[in-house]
Design a protein around this ligand. Structure first.
Ligand code: FAD
Ligand code: SF4
Length: 517
């Protein structure tokens, strides 16, 4: 045997770097379901089912195509000698199979990469880590792009558009004359659009998935979330169907209603492709090309196509670049010195804040919330309340089907919590309940009033927003992008009794939630 090619749970594609030069007569693929990966953070049941089912389907396809695969399944009962982590399982196989070397595509998690390197050292085997060709921008390419620059998403995005000639009119001009249609893409949902809501595409679980559902219910019954609505694709073929469904039925309204939130509509016009992309059942180029083709053929307006391209070619690539550029230190950042654990209702959804309740309902049912719910409801609450950014990231890793560390960490700790002090975003995404009221219909049916700052009916977001600005005033003082927020808090601070009331109400809210951890 020549090489043992390790395929991790988020590397389910034969176009992965590790498959280049693969020789079926001498190389063997190694895949393992290991308990540590499912339990090192508390994990939503749908996340476990999705990963295991996608892995087993991929294994079956590889075998069908003549690859030799060494695969470890976990079972409903834990066997005594079952390895808990990659290294213990790999160790036994290496002694049995005696390969000359190990190959793996760049893992999506610094912890896993370090563990595999340590494991190879122990085994005295050469581990070749090959670049992940799934992404438009390699880790080294991003590092050389970033060298000497202040990182700004917009600049990186334009660079990527030009480099890959996507939605370009000649080498330097964007199609339509604008790089960015964000101004058109911030509509709250109007009733005409609500009549043509995207019907979510559902994939009936097949026998393999059903078997894993049973396994998870037996083995991980206490894990959060429900499996009742599990209907995600778990193969590349079905992932392609999901993409086509979105481009045909969702893309047109994706742009304008990207930031809208509606009671009872956890998906709206969002694509739900993130988990499929992150385990590599879908290629980002295929997604971007499909959106561009829809625009060019008159099937989608430019603001929607550009908005979608920006998410994948811009944000997704940018986040990965930042993660690998800044790790391992990045995870330790805590610019605002927040120390609290996530509140109990992040696990069970039991709260009287209607916006949080609605978002949590979707998360527990689907392992999903769309971007603006993540950023401007759950993330916003965590930031204003003062959750430790790493704890918030760990919670996010546990509850979302699409969470892989390279993408979760910069989004949670960076974009959402401003824990990195301005690497991912130039200012904190902070707002009062008025923002949620403007972009959703959550507040109509809430016991709180988004406009009230103090008193029993004051919206907790609004009270905590002013308290947050007040607490962090010195840290934000020189941030020009927070000028208006600081002017606001200055005005409040000039009214000492009003400011005192806000601080007291914020303290009451903290006392209420900390008593319920
Ligand atoms: P759509 O709204 O349809 O967008 C299309 C695609 O663009 C997504 O599938 C995704 O691949 C990409 N995308 C959009 N925004 C981002 C972004 N900020 N970073 C990276 N890719 C992006 N995304 C993850 O894939 N995994 C995560 O663990 C994750 N954690 C997040 C945590 C927070 C606090 C926030 C604010 C965002 C997070 N995101 C994460 C980004 C984004 O919210 C999700 O990718 C998106 O909501 C997934 O739903 P969708 O596929 O319907 O996306
Ligand atoms: Fe959320 Fe406040 Fe609106 Fe209630 S009033 S839904 S807590 S923003």
């Amino acid at each position: 045997m020549r090489n043992l090619v390790l395929v991790l749970g988020d590397q389910l594609s034969t176009s992965s770097g590790a498959f280049y030069g693969f020789d079926k007569s001498v190389d063997v693929i190694w895949m393992a379901e290991v308990e540590e990966e499912l339990t090192h953070v508390w994990c939503h049941k749908q996340r476990i089912v999705f990963f295991l089912s996608a892995m087993r389907h991929f294994r079956n396809e590889l075998k069908r195509d003549g690859f030799h695969v060494c695969y470890h399944e976990i079972t409903a009962e834990q066997s005594k000698d079952a390895g808990r982590d990659f290294c213990s399982v790999l160790n036994r196989d290496v002694h049995r199979l005696n390969p000359s070397g190990l190959i793996v595509t760049e893992p999506g998690d610094y912890r896993v990469k370090t563990a595999l390197e340590g494991c190879a050292r122990e085994l005295e085997l050469k581990l070749k880590i090959v670049p992940d060709r799934h992404f438009y921008c390699g880790i080294e390419e991003f590092a050389s792009y970033a060298n000497g620059k202040t990182l700004v998403l917009e600049n990186f995005y334009r660079h990527m558009r030009k480099k890959h000639r996507i939605l370009m009119d000649g080498p330097n001009q964007p199609v339509g004359g604008q790089w960015n249609y964000d101004e058109e893409n911030r509509e709250p949902l109007k009733t005409e659009a609500a009549k043509v809501l995207l019907t979510p595409k559902q994939f009936e679980p097949d026998p393999t998935t059903k078997q894993i559902v049973d396994l998870v219910l037996k083995r991980f019954p206490d894990h959060p979330g429900s499996l009742a609505d599990f209907a995600l694709p778990v193969t590349a073929a079905d992932a392609g169907k999901m993409l086509r469904h979105f481009v045909q039925h969702g893309l047109t309204l994706f742009g304008p209603y990207q930031d809208a939130m509606v009671v009872g509509q956890p998906f709206l016009y969002h694509s739900r492709l993130s988990a499929l992309l992150n385990v590599k059942l879908l290629d980002p180029r295929v997604c971007v090309d499909a959106a561009v083709a829809a625009y060019e053929e008159g099937g989608a307006p430019l603001n929607s196509a550009e908005g979608f391209v920006r998410q994948i070619l811009g944000w997704r690539e940018f986040m990965r670049g930042v993660y690998w550029l800044k790790m391992p230190g990045y995870i330790e950042n805590n610019f605002l010195d927040h120390q609290l654990p996530v509140p109990h209702f992040f696990w069970d959804g039991e709260t009287d804040m209607h916006c949080v309740q609605e978002t949590m309902r979707g998360i527990l049912a689907n392992g999903y919330a769309h971007h603006i719910q993540r950023l401007m409801v759950i993330g916003l609450f965590a930031q204003l309340y003062g959750v430790h950014p790493r704890r918030f990231h760990e919670w996010h890793m546990a509850l979302y089907v699409d969470a892989v560390e390279w993408v979760s960490l910069p989004n949670t700790l960076g974009m959402s919590q401003y824990g990195d002090g301005g690497i991912v975003g130039t200012k904190p995404y902070c707002a009062s309940g008025n923002y949620i009221d403007k972009m959703s219909n959550y507040c109509h049916a809430c016991r709180y009033n988004p406009k009230a700052t103090t008193g029993e009916n004051a919206c907790p977001f609004t009270t905590l927003y002013y308290d947050f600005l007040d607490r962090n005033y010195e840290k934000f003082r020189h941030n020009g992008r927070l000028k208006f927020q600081l002017m606001n808090i200055d005005r409040k601070r000039r009214d000492a009794p009003a400011m005192l009331e806000i601080r007291q109400r914020a303290a009451e809210l903290h006392a209420r939630w900390s008593g319920q951890q």
